[in-house]
Design a protein around this ligand. Structure first.
Ligand SMILES: Cc1cc2nc3c(=O)[nH]c(=O)nc-3n(C[C@H](O)[C@H](O)[C@H](O)COP(=O)(O)OP(=O)(O)OC[C@H]3O[C@@H](n4cnc5c(N)ncnc54)[C@H](O)[C@@H]3O)c2cc1C
Ligand code: FES
Length: 267
């Protein structure tokens, strides 16, 4: 397991994507611990008595030259609303990197990355690393409506991109699984990586399992400590119960109990 750090990192920018989503850019110290795609950080929400526990947020991107760490955040409650107010010059107390990230791929492998809504967050750093390794990346981004399709332009030089919205307001109309990459073309991929709403991940996991394609999903279970102590993030696997914050959040879908038979997808 890679080294963890707890430190106050300066905020370089807080960039709004739309009224519910923002990207927080932090300055990393030189010699920062190695960060693997799919890992997450725990952010302390300061000055907010309602949000005593740290909030887990995925690593969206890392720039090793500029020493920056980006997180893409959706405002859902008091903690994320408070984080949304951070601005350049503030600091934020971060524990990072946490959890077990995605497995990577070799040069020439054709891989499919699927992100639903803000679940697309870890896919940027993942596609950057995969591209560096020489893999051939395809990124599918799904959402209910155009407001759920976040930063599709950042993949321009990294991957082929497909966008699907349930209401047809951006890209093709339909759920993410309606795209041909999840249909007759699925077996062309050696791996599928997935993060988003649980029904979406279950639907993609089921399709991949049926076709014998390796599929990894990133779970967003409720977490408290983020470091394996409180057991509030337990996940049921065929090997017994494990902690999403330590053994996950990324799991191979066939490791998970009851994950191969939910055909409903809410992209
Ligand atoms: C490993 C991991 C990675 C994550 N990555 C991201 C990310 O990159 N970007 C992002 O915006 N969010 C991410 N989340 C979800 C994020 O942690 C929660 O949205 C956040 O903690 C909510 O805090 P809050 O105080 O704003 O809301 P709360 O007041 O705590 O909750 C508001 C509502 O959100 C629901 N909620 C709270 N936590 C979660 C959760 N973990 N999953 C689903 N629903 C939740 C609550 O049930 C409640 O309905 C991640 C979660 C995990 C476990
Ligand atoms: S969040 Fe405490 S054990 Fe996982």
């Amino acid at each position: 397991m890679n080294k963890k750090s707890k430190e106050k990192l300066p905020v370089l920018a807080n960039t709004w994507l739309n009224e519910k989503h923002f990207v927080l850019t932090l300055q990393l110290p030189s010699g920062y611990p190695e960060i693997v795609p799919g890992q997450f950080v725990e952010l302390l929400v300061e000055g907010s008595p309602d949000t005593f526990l740290r909030r887990p947020i995925s690593v969206h991107d890392v720039d090793a030259e500029k020493l920056t760490l980006d997180m893409m955040v959706k405002i859902v409650g008091a903690g994320t609303a408070k984080l949304a107010k951070l601005k350049a010059g503030d600091t934020v107390d971060v524990v990072y990197p946490l959890g077990h990230g995605f497995s990577l791929a070799r040069a020439g492998e054709k891989v499919l990355l699927a992100g639903g809504g803000c679940g697309v967050a870890p896919m940027l750093y993942l596609s950057r690393m995969l591209k560096r390794l020489g893999a051939d990346c395809y990124v599918a981004i799904g959402g209910k409506t155009s407001a759920d399709i976040l930063r599709p332009e950042v993949y321009t030089n990294l991957a082929q991109v497909a966008i699907l919205t349930e209401d047809g307001s951006l890209g093709d109309k339909g759920m993410i699984t309606a795209h041909r990459w999840f249909g007759e073309e699925l077996t062309q991929f050696s791996k599928v990586y997935c993060c988003g709403p649980e029904p979406m991940m279950k639907a993609i996991g089921k399709l991949a399992s049926e076709k014998g394609v390796h599929c990894e999903v990133s779970l967003e279970n409720m977490m408290a400590c983020g470091i394996g102590s409180c057991l509030c993030c337990t996940v049921s696997t065929h090997e017994g119960n494990v902690r999403a914050c330590m053994e996950g959040p990324v799991f191979e879908v066939n490791e998970l109990k009851d994950w191969n038979h939910n055909p409903v997808c809410h992209g």
